[in-house]
Design a protein around this ligand. Structure first.
Ligand code: AMP
Length: 431
């Protein structure tokens, strides 16, 4: 095949950190999306489709010093000079849509689609990746946090993943969180010399984010850090206890991880992550989420709480490959039409079959019978319909079972072909 070449003769490829997903793989992506959608609808969630870019301002409200916002945003000025950004995640867009449309509470939504972050590409970390997630606005009930966690857990399990753990934590309400952040800042300042340069900088602006560091050099300091659970105010501790009780009620196994802080700044109370043991630690988070109190207000709305999660679809497929589950292949067509009288018969017959709801394909360029039969075999179709000059003269088509050489070929009158095929295909299903 001809490859596109730039003027200098270098082959043009997709940009760094983004990928083509080819037909052999898209079948699995489509099934994932359908299964996720069914799982959410069953629990009363409706789909939100928001734009892929927003005014930059929407994402700045996530916290200007969060890495996603400060370093990884694909932002640009549009032709009218407005500052826009490709969405790096969906919660901010969902909160913006919530404020804009004032829906009835609670607003339970799910979404699926690409996100964009200018990160250093590596296995399981891309510049365009897909997330599937849910958000609920307008209710602050620890059992709702549990419903959300359980939905993601149940869905990941339904894909066949077994090497999964659920980690949960609570940062408490704003007072608990601020108090802890201050104490942690002091602790990190004392041990600053042992931290990586990047974490020393982060510690100055947002101590909590240091706990998120995956750098080896930071691990000893992180391990010795005070636990945020020791700083929970009474009501925040009660909220977290109810979440843990709810998980136990549903028999969902979990680990409390007091070092779990999510990348974005707006989380209060519950934070959680689904972690795969089948992947290396730098990419083993399949998704995560939490409860947030301040985001809607930060975007100009009323102080409305929210809770949600985002699953990383690309990562989930890496885990599925590693565990050898959720393998879905492109389904082949049912019928392959072989026309050796010029190609016009195949043109009308494939059209007729498709209109009747029968999937079919054909060969091109008037190839020989042998060449077309080879393509038919490769297509994975169950039956071939062959039209040669004898069949054309007798106004019939020859039906050949492609999977069994023993079944004799059979002539079927042209005007009975749709009914005959439907019978044959129905028999296949009932067998
Ligand atoms: P976050 O919005 O950062 O909490 O991410 C939620 C999930 O999205 C993570 O647990 C990952 O599975 C996935 N994810 C985040 N960033 C990337 C990326 N650059 N490439 C692939 N997946 C990602």
């Amino acid at each position: 095949m001809n490859q596109i070449r730039s003027p200098k003769g270098v082959q043009i490829r997709s940009p760094r950190g983004v990928r083509d997903i080819l037909p052999a793989e898209t079948a699995r992506w489509r099934r994932f999306e359908e299964d996720f959608s069914a799982c959410c609808k069953q629990a009363g969630y409706g789909e939100l489709r928001s734009p892929m870019f927003e005014e930059l301002e929407v994402f700045l409200r996530l916290g200007e010093e969060t890495e996603v916002v400060s370093k990884e945003m694909y932002d640009f000025l549009d032709k009218d000079g407005r500052h826009m950004a490709l969405r790096p995640e969906m919660t901010a867009s969902a909160a913006r849509a919530f404020i804009q449309h004032s829906p009835v509470l609670p607003w339970k939504i799910y979404y699926y689609g690409p996100q964009f972050r200018s990160e250093r590409p590596q296995a399981g970390r891309y510049r365009q990746f897909s997330q599937a997630g849910i958000e609920v606005f307008g209710v602050s009930d620890p059992y709702l946090d549990v419903e959300v966690i359980a939905l993601g857990w149940q869905f990941l399990g339904s894909l066949g993943l077994k090497q999964l753990t659920l980690q949960v934590n609570s940062l408490g309400d704003t007072a608990s969180r601020n108090n802890y952040s201050e104490q942690l800042g002091r602790y990190l300042a004392q041990r600053a010399g042992e931290l990586s340069e990047a974490s020393q900088e982060t510690a100055q602006v947002n101590p909590l984010r240091v706990l998120d560091s995956k750098r080896d050099q930071d691990q000893a300091v992180i391990a010795g850090a005070p636990s945020c659970l020791d700083f929970l105010e009474v009501s925040a501790a009660a909220h977290f206890e109810a979440v843990c009780n709810g998980l136990e009620k549903l028999r969902i196994p979990y680990q409390v991880n007091p070092r779990l802080v999510r990348g974005l700044d707006y989380y209060t109370h519950t934070a959680f992550e689904y972690v795969s043991q089948a992947l290396k630690s730098a990419q083993n988070a399949l998704g995560g989420g939490g409860h947030y109190d301040g985001l809607v207000e930060a975007l100009g709305g009323k102080p409305v709480p929210g809770v949600g999660f985002a699953l990383g679809v690309d990562r989930i497929f890496l885990a599925c490959d590693s565990e050898q589950v959720f393998i879905s292949e492109q389904s082949p067509v049912e019928i392959f039409v072989v026309d050796i009288v010029g190609g016009g018969e195949a043109l009308s017959l494939t059209q007729q079959l498709r209109e009747a709801g029968i999937s079919c394909d054909r060969a091109w360029e008037s190839r020989s019978l042998k060449a077309q039969m080879k393509i038919a075999d490769r297509s994975g179709a169950k039956f071939a319909l062959i039209i040669g000059s004898n069949e054309q003269a007798a106004n019939v088509v020859a039906l050949k079972d492609l999977r069994s050489g023993e079944v004799p070929q059979e002539d079927i009158p042209r005007d009975e072909i749709v009914l005959a095929l439907k019978d044959r295909l129905a028999m296949e299903i009932s067998n």
